[in-house]
Design a protein around this ligand. Structure first.
Ligand SMILES: Cc1ncc(COP(=O)(O)O)c(C=O)c1O
Length: 276
């Protein structure tokens, strides 16, 4: 299919970023759904964000697997085959490059796939604690109800930090609003356990599988002993934290650099295999 007509302010692409709404391709700014959709009215629905490398989605099947699990947990019917078809037609219609792919299914039954720009990603960030109580009934569901996560980031930025580090009311360190959290103590890479109601992140799984990282619960005061820390997600890969509140950390410690290189290597290797 031919690329869509130029219709965007994106200087790099010179073309509108595309949407696929219930199987129909259109520029994203023309894609519309009803205001009565409970996806909007109540944040009721599921979503995923995958990263595209030179137009190829990384770990798309894992994202769709998680989307199916999220939907099952929300008692929301979704049609995986149609979502896969939507992604294929979106990627065939536009030379996507290094972008993001956002997939949503709303309670109103709308299927939305969006091609988005990658956000600017700093080389390291400062994290601020924000108290956050996971909604236990939503465990294992990456639902559209992300207002609390978005607010946490905003509260951190209001205090001059880059991102929030979510901490439970009991003082347990959890994750960032849209990324997993890792830290190094005595040379050991640690990450909070899924039992603490953090998201079963695809990047977190990848890091655990290709490093010596182990799950361990962590209280805020224990982070005083951190030598390194980073957050990790599909969008931001491994992103070092040079500061957590008053605690200064290296811009990018040795173990962080090693894990970041391993993650990039794994991504490159898997994308190369998928291209074969
Ligand atoms: C709460 C939360 N934790 C962690 C992550 C990272 O998950 P993934 O590595 O699958 O992108 C995300 C991603 O959106 C998230 O929303």
């Amino acid at each position: 299919m031919a690329a869509m007509a130029a219709d965007s302010e994106d200087p790099q692409l010179g073309e509108a970023l595309l949407a696929c709404l219930d199987g129909e391709l259109m520029p994203s700014d023309r894609a519309q759904i009803s205001v009565t959709d409970e996806g909007l009215l109540r944040g009721d629905g599921v979503f995923e964000v995958a990263r595209l490398y030179a137009g190829v989605p990384f770990a798309l099947q894992e994202h769709l697997d998680r989307m199916e699990r999220s939907a099952r947990n929300l008692l929301l019917p979704i049609d995986r085959a149609s979502l896969e078809r939507d992604v294929r037609s979106l990627l065939a219609a536009q030379d996507a490059g290094d972008r993001l792919l956002r997939l949503l299914v709303t309670r109103g039954g709308r299927r939305i796939v969006l091609l988005e720009r990658l956000p600017e990603i700093a080389s390291s960030i400062a994290l601020a604690y924000v108290v956050y109580s996971p909604t236990v009934v939503l465990d294992g569901a990456k639902s559209l109800s992300y207002a609390a996560n978005m607010l946490a980031g905003r509260l951190a930025r209001q205090r001059g930090f880059d991102e929030a580090l979510l901490v439970s009311p009991e003082g347990r360190v959890l994750e960032a609003p849209t990324a997993s959290f890792f830290w190094v103590r005595d040379g050991q890479l640690l990450t909070p356990p899924l039992d603490d109601h953090v998201l079963d992140s695809i990047t977190r799984r990848l890091i655990i599988s290709c490093s010596q990282a182990r799950e361990a619960p962590v209280q805020v005061d224990e982070l005083a002993g951190a030598q390194e820390a980073f957050i990790a997600s599909s969008v931001r890969e491994v992103l070092p934290a040079h500061r957590i509140e008053d605690l200064r950390l290296p811009e990018c410690g040795p173990l962080t650099a090693e894990v970041a290189a391993k993650v990039r290597g794994e991504i490159a290797q898997r994308l190369a295999q998928e291209r074969l």
